[in-house]
Design a protein around this ligand. Structure first.
Ligand code: SG5
Ligand code: ZN
Length: 263
């Protein structure tokens, strides 16, 4: 089974602003990427995603976003290269988005906001036995971030958009098969920024090597509108709340280097 469904984050609720406690606290995410302050590192390698669409299992509305979950019990879908020394296993991807196209991303580039941001989450299966262990450890996770902009309809995304009405409410889940998240990556995956940070939802652990793509992808306004038709609330709740603005506020950089793979 995919990593995330083993957990219930009981302290997580819609539009939470700040956690009860941050472990450590000086390597938190998300951040603003100041382009002229990022450091070109010629030793950064090309990124090598190798995803097997057969490991795709289900879509789950967890009351914060929708997660597309992958079987992570074997090394069938992996990420290596880039800033990573180990091989990481794909476990899920999800998005953050706004109520309007003027904001919604978690990271920003020179303060520029994007309407949405994709996160593809992987864990270090060379160093750790379980996702839940990796979440707590330095170098435990690698997350690819991709900005979404409004433009042409995204063909790859449409299969996912078509499935979303089935997971409208919190806690709903539907089978979802043979989806390759590589179809959501921009054409040039070799230009990226990387820095050490944290999960942007509880438990906010500082376990993440962030890899933020320089190129964005385009999706249509109508496709994002379907994201916005999801709900934070379960079917039982009397007052339904639209799932929008599910991003964390920005965090201080605190002197961390942001490296770029390009000059
Ligand atoms: C972890 O971080 C969470 C995900 C959460 C992402 O992968 O899982 C755990 O921490 C389990 C201990 O939460 C779940 O899977 C819910 C059980 O994903 C979301 O909540 C969707 C937004 C967040 O990762 S991120 O830093 O890339 N945004
Ligand atoms: Zn995220």
């Amino acid at each position: 089974t995919a990593c995330s469904s083993k957990y219930v984050l009981s302290h997580m609720h819609p539009m939470w602003q700040e956690p009860l406690a941050i472990p450590g606290g000086d390597r938190q995410s998300p951040i603003d990427i100041v382009v002229r302050k990022s450091l070109f590192d010629p030793h950064l390698k090309p990124l090598v995603p190798a995803y097997d669409p057969q490991t795709c299992q289900q879509i789950w509305n967890n009351g914060y976003s929708f997660l597309v979950e992958y079987d992570d019990t074997t090394d069938k879908s992996t990420l290596k290269g880039g800033p990573l020394e180990d091989q990481f296993r794909l476990c899920q991807f999800h998005f953050h988005w706004g109520e309007s196209n003027a904001w919604g991303s978690e990271h920003t580039v020179d303060r520029k906001l994007f309407p949405a941001e994709l996160h593809i989450v992987h864990w270090n299966a060379e160093k750790y036995d379980l996702f839940e262990e990796a979440v707590m450890e330095e170098n435990g996770l690698a997350v690819i971030g991709v900005f979404l902009k409004i433009g042409k309809r995204h063909e790859g995304l449409q299969k996912l958009v078509d499935a979303l009405p089935a997971v409208r409410h919190k806690d709903s889940m539907v089978d979802f098969e043979r989806f390759n998240p590589a179809c959501l990556l921009p054409s040039n995956i070799n230009d990226y920024w990387t820095y050490h940070g944290s999960l942007t939802t509880p438990p906010l652990t500082e376990a993440v090597t962030w890899i933020v793509m320089k190129q964005h992808i385009e999706v249509s306004h109508d496709q994002l509108a379907v994201f916005r038709s999801l709900l934070f609330t379960s079917a039982e709740e009397e007052v339904q709340k639209g799932m929008v603005n599910n991003f964390r506020v920005q965090q201080p950089l605190r002197g961390r280097p942001i490296r770029s793979s390009f000059s």
